[in-house]
Design a binder for this molecule. Structure first.
Ligand code: HEM
Length: 77
């Protein structure tokens, strides 16, 4: 992806929980700085695993991204 492509790609609406509106609202200057920083890290690593639909077996490590109620808490989320 070129720097110009990244500046456009970064402004596309994404699915939750991605805070895409924060990325969208970054200045071109900040998005370009991000691109150059990441490119300076060197060759890319392995591809991230594909998304898994609910109920489908998961074969890689994963994080449960779910709000928890604290013990004794009165308010819910
Ligand atoms: C500076 C911080 C972040 C940057 C630059 C960033 C950037 C991106 C980009 C470029 C994508 C699109 C990837 C693709 O389609 O190939 C993406 C997707 C995603 N991000 Fe982030 N992200 C950031 C923070 C976060 C955080 C904090 C979360 C969750 C807590 C998150 C969750 C996600 C998810 C779930 C997707 C997939 C959404 C979809 O498929 O539409 N991201 N992110």
């Amino acid at each position: 992806m070129t720097e110009e492509q990244w500046v456009r790609f970064a402004r596309v609406e994404r699915l939750p929980p991605m805070p895409w509106f924060n990325l969208r609202d970054m200045s071109d200057e900040d998005l370009r700085a991000m691109y150059r920083f990441i490119r300076a890290l060197g060759p890319k690593g392995e591809r991230a695993p594909a998304p898994v639909a609910p109920g489908t077996p998961i074969t890689t490590p994963f994080i449960v991204f779910e709000p928890q109620r604290a013990a004794g808490a009165v308010e819910s989320f």
